[in-house]
Ligand binder design. Structure first.
Ligand SMILES: [Zn+2]
Length: 630
């Protein structure tokens, strides 16, 4: 047997692994294939870019069309965000990220987070996390907690966490001041009346005019406003409106609401005694002002709000931050609507808000996507004022590229069948690299046992010419080993017609056409969950019979008897892979244990795992498949 060890070691250096197909090929062949794939990827990239440009509201400025360098600060050095700083080059920069605590953040928000925090970090400033808690009906403590934790996971630390409600008294006092300036009035019009006075639908059906309440004197307005505060009006019977400029073409200037009395379903979590609430339009710009925000960066839906934002701060003579708007990131083929997600969770179609098939950030985290891969994706897209429409498949392609360079390789067999090699007498210890491309990741021991396990899909009981894997009389290579094996017989369960075992022998004389993954006897058992798109169509909202009708029942495939080689233990100990910001060794979750399963896909440990049961999520497959799966 000693001879065969020598033979294996000596032969081990020749072929190299093509880890996209799992084949061992010559260096030349690999070079050819890599070039071909790079060409294909570049063409796809160009196509995707072209279609996202066509979808964009405005054409992109020329500087973002060329591929951005892989510099994580590139978006702050060039283009839109560099111009924003040039416009107001003040230091220290103070930015804010202002989520409403009423839902889980999703992939689209990752861009806003990366911009708000990254811009300040790049300029040596700070970012405040401010919860816009102005609607108690929708708010829940879990959203405050989830938001804080996901920002930390993305690698950012707010300089402080604040709440719009901290400023309710100060905002109230400024509302009284606005009334005193003759710039606000209490209005009792219904929504229909207000719409009519704003020219009807889209302001195009008739003339715009002010209602009679706009003529009330300051004292009446003040008295009524105090009555609103004291709970003397029923919900929706009184609002405080700002007296702006109804002649202006911008609807945000048509005397918009500053305070409203809500149909309150529950008390405010932090300030339970308030009976009326300021609107986003009244709160946001003033809180920005109170907190000394220098650059208030928001998405382009707020471009019209800029005028009312500036109007209010100017009118009240408070410090004026600068609001600028960037294009929002829209991911097509990924449903992010809160209503849809809620329904999927409540109907138990998914495993929760963090189900790996969803695009909430907690779901992407659970699926195993590294936070740095998300940031690198945002950076890759660049920042302009145009909205960006990106297919989910392109996001996954970006994640795949990131993982390819950063995670170790292991072998996993999803549906194992035992193969006994008859002329194999002693366990052979192999030394397998964690990465065929990056020697710095090191190597691990791999026992080549007499009985090994291969995947059911890699064996056929009837051979044919176009089939290159294992079949009776056919030889196949085993990854990480240089000793091919030839199948000589097999057994089958008559009832299920399934192959139950294969007998083989070494065949070192035939040059195999294909190499397959395998695991030795004594490997670790695991459940593996593979995913593809949750919906059958690209736009499930528009699907016939509603989005629930469009759910693909095969979007999750579970292999409950999978096996992973024992070096997984070392991979787990060395996690997080990769060691990125936001995932520190101390509190890293199970999802930071990531690896590429040769010929299968990229995987991470799922949070459902227990001491006795290991569960893997597929992060992304090795190649984009035809069903646009991830
Ligand atoms: Zn009115």
């Amino acid at each position: 047997m000693a001879d065969s060890i020598v033979e294996i070691v000596a032969g081990a250096t020749k072929p190299v692994l093509d880890d996209t197909t799992g084949e061992m090929v010559s260096r030349n062949e690999l070079k050819k294939r890599t070039q071909k794939r790079a060409k294909k990827a570049a063409a796809e990239e160009a196509r995707a870019r072209k279609s996202s440009e066509a979808d964009a509201v405005k054409p992109r400025p020329p500087e973002t069309i060329e591929k951005l360098p892989e510099d994580p600060d590139a978006i702050f050095k060039h283009g839109f965000l560099a111009d924003v700083f040039k416009e107001r080059p003040v230091k220290p920069v103070v930015t804010r990220f202002p989520p409403g605590p009423n839902g889980y953040l999703h992939l689209g928000h990752a861009k806003a987070i990366a911009i708000a925090f990254g811009f300040a970090r790049y300029h040596g400033g700070e970012t405040i996390l401010r919860f816009d808690d102005t609607n108690p009906n929708e708010e829940d403590q879990i959203y405050f907690d989830a938001t804080e934790s996901i920002i930390k996971w993305l690698g950012f630390t707010p300089s402080k966490v604040t709440y719009a409600s901290d400023n309710f008294q100060r905002l109230y006092d400024l509302a009284e001041k606005l009334i005193g300036l003759g710039k606000a009035y209490v209005c009792h019009c219904t929504q229909t009346e207000i719409q009519l006075s704003r020219g009807g639908k889209d302001g195009k059906e008739g003339p715009r005019y002010r209602c009679k309440h706009a003529d009330q004197d300051k004292d009446t307005n003040l008295a009524k406003f105090r009555d609103m505060r004291d709970g003397k009006y029923a919900p929706q019977t009184a609002t405080l409106r700002m007296k702006q400029d109804i002649e202006n073409n911008n609807p945000q200037m048509w005397d918009i609401t500053a305070y409203r009395i809500l149909e309150q379903k529950k008390k405010h979590l932090r300030v339970p005694d308030w009976k009326m609430y300021p609107t986003y339009d009244f709160t946001h710009c003033l809180c920005d002002s109170f907190e000394g925000i220098t650059h208030s960066l928001c998405t382009s839906e707020f471009v019209l709000s800029r005028e009312s934002y500036e109007w209010l701060n100017k009118t009240l003579e408070v410090y004026e931050p600068m609001q600028r708007e960037f294009g929002r990131l829209n991911v097509t083929g990924a449903v992010m609507s809160k209503r849809v997600l809620k329904s999927l969770v409540e109907n138990k179609i998914v495993r929760g808000w963090d189900d790996p098939r969803l695009y909430t950030l907690i779901a992407l985290r659970r699926r195993g996507i590294p936070p740095a891969a998300i940031l690198s994706f945002v950076n890759e897209l660049g920042v302009t004022t145009a909205r960006t429409f990106i297919q989910a498949a392109r996001f996954e392609q970006s994640v795949r590229r990131y993982l390819e360079q950063t995670v170790p390789r292991l072998m996993v067999v999803l549906d194992p069948i035992p193969v006994t090699i008859q002329d194999h007498e002693e366990v052979i210890q192999l030394d397998a690299p964690f990465s065929p491309k990056d020697p710095s990741l090191g190597t691990h021991k791999l026992d080549f046992t007499k009985t090994i396990y291969i995947d059911r899909s890699d064996f056929r009981d009837t051979d044919d010419k176009s089939y290159y894997r294992l079949a009776p009389g056919k030889t196949v290579g085993l990854l990480q080993s240089s000793s091919p094996i030839k199948a000589i017989s097999y057994t089958k369960d008559e009832k299920t017609d399934k192959v139950t075992s294969v007998q083989a022998v070494f065949d070192r004389t035939t040059k195999p056409k294909s190499w397959i993954q395998w695991v030795p006897e004594g490997s670790i058992k695991a459940e593996v969950r593979l995913y593809s798109s949750l919906f059958q169509s690209e736009n499930p909202i528009a699907a016939e019979g509603g989005f629930l009708n469009d759910v693909d029942p095969k979007s999750e495939t579970i292999y409950s008897n999978a096996m992973v080689e024992n070096a997984f233990t070392e991979v787990r100990q060395r996690a997080p892979w990769p060691a990125t910001t936001g995932e520190s060794k101390g509190d890293a979750g199970p999802e930071t244990v990531r690896f590429q399963a040769l010929r299968v896909g990229y995987f991470a440990v799922d949070s459902d795992s227990t001491e006795d049961k290991l569960i893997f999520n597929q992060i992304v497959p090795l190649k984009e498949d035809s069903k646009k799966s991830y």
